[in-house]
Design a protein around this ligand. Structure first.
Ligand SMILES: NC(=O)c1ccc[n+]([C@@H]2O[C@H](COP(=O)([O-])OP(=O)(O)OC[C@H]3O[C@@H](n4cnc5c(N)ncnc54)[C@H](O)[C@@H]3O)[C@@H](O)[C@H]2O)c1
Length: 255
C-alpha cells in the first residue's frame, strides 16, 4: 500500500485522485495540502501549511499551482520523500530548483501524465525526423476555461521535442496578429484555445505542399492524468534520488 500526501487535494485533479483511490488496495491518501481547506471531512487531514503535517507517508503527488511548487519541493526535501510534480506553468527558477532537489530525493516531473500522450511524443519525434525541413509544423491545443497557463505545458513539451529534432532552428510563434507577414519556414506555430470543460486536446500538424499529417491526442477524462500520477508514485517509491519522467515508466513497462 502506497501512502500518499496529495497536494492540491481540493482541486479538480486532486479530487479526481481522491475518488480514484477511495476503494483501492494499492494506494491510500494519508494527508493533503490545499489553501482551500474543505468544510466537510474528506477522509484525511488537509493542511493549509504543509509544514504542519505530522502524518507519515511514502510519496507526495502535487497537482496545485505553480506558485506552490517551490514550497512543496522544500517540504519533500525536509521529509526526505519522493515527489511526483504534475503542476504546470513552472518558471525556470522552479525547474532549476526541482533539478537541484533531485540530487537529494527522487523527483518525477511531467507536464502530461497520460501514457497515450507520452507515446505521441515519440510519434512526433519520428515524424519530425522524416518530414522536417520539407514540412511546416504547427501545434494547436485546447483546454477548459479554468486553465491558467497558455500554451499548455504539454504543447511546450511537444514543441521542444520537435525543435530538438530540428537542430533547435525553429522559433516559437504564439500569435500572428501583431505582424502582417507571410509564415517563415523556420517558425513553429503554437495556438491555444480555452473554453468550457475541455480536458485537453493536442493536435500536431505536419504541413507539406501536397499533404497534411495530423497527429492528435484527446484526453477524455482527467482520470487519465490521475492514473499516470498514481503509476508514477508507485514507480518512485524506493527509487534512488534523481530526475524521472514518464519515459522511465514506459521503459519499465516494456521490460
Ligand atoms: N501533468 C499533468 O498531466 C497535468 C494534468 C492536469 C493538470 N495539470 C496541472 O495541475 C495543476 C492543477 O490542475 P487542476 O485542474 O486540479 O487545477 P485546480 O485549480 O482545479 O486545482 C488546484 C488546487 O490547488 C490548490 N492550491 C492553490 N495554491 C495552493 C498552494 N499554495 N498550496 C496548496 N494548494 C494550492 C487550489 O486551492 C486548488 O484546490 C495545474 O497546474 C494543471 O495545469 C497537470
Amino acid at each position: 500500500m502506497v501512502g500518499i500526501f496529495m497536494n492540491g487535494c481540493c482541486g479538480h485533479m486532486g479530487r479526481a485522485i481522491v475518488d480514484m483511490v477511495k476503494h483501492s488496495e494499492d494506494y491510500r491518501i494519508v494527508a493533503g495540502g490545499d489553501i482551500v481547506v474543505p468544510e466537510e471531512p474528506i477522509g484525511f487531514p488537509v493542511y493549509a501549511n504543509v509544514n504542519d503535517c505530522e502524518e507519515d507517508f511514502d510519496v507526495i503527488i502535487d497537482f496545485s499551482n505553480a506558485k506552490a511548487v517551490p514550497g512543496i519541493i522544500e517540504f519533500a526535501k525536509k521529509k526526505n520523500k519522493p515527489l511526483v510534480l504534475c503542476t504546470t506553468g513552472l518558471d525556470d527558477d522552479t525547474v532549476r530548483m526541482s533539478v537541484e532537489a533531485s540530487k537529494q530525493i527522487p523527483i518525477f516531473r511531467s507536464a502530461n501524465m497520460s501514457l497515450g500522450m507520452n507515446v505521441l511524443f515519440e510519434l512526433v519525434r519520428k515524424a519530425t525526423r522524416v518530414l522536417y525541413p520539407d514540412y511546416e509544423i504547427e501545434i494547436v491545443e485546447a483546454h477548459h476555461n479554468r486553465k491558467l497557463d497558455a500554451p499548455s505545458g504539454t504543447a511546450y513539451m511537444i514543441a521542444d521535442i520537435i525543435n530538438e529534432e530540428a537542430n533547435n532552428e525553429l522559433d516559437y510563434v504564439y500569435e500572428r496578429h501583431s505582424e502582417m507577414k507571410a509564415r517563415d519556414h523556420k517558425e513553429l506555430g503554437i495556438s491555444s484555445i480555452r473554453g468550457g470543460n475541455i480536458v485537453g486536446e493536442h493536435d500536431v500538424y505536419f504541413i507539406g505542399d501536397e499533404e497534411v499529417l495530423k497527429v492528435s491526442h484527446s484526453a477524455q477524462r482527467r482520470e487519465v492524468f490521475g492514473r499516470g500520477a498514481l503509476t508514477a508514485a508507485k514507480f518512485l517509491v524506493n527509487k534512488p534520488a534523481g530526475c524521472y519522467s514518464m519515459q522511465d515508466v514506459i521503459t519499465d513497462i516494456l521490460k
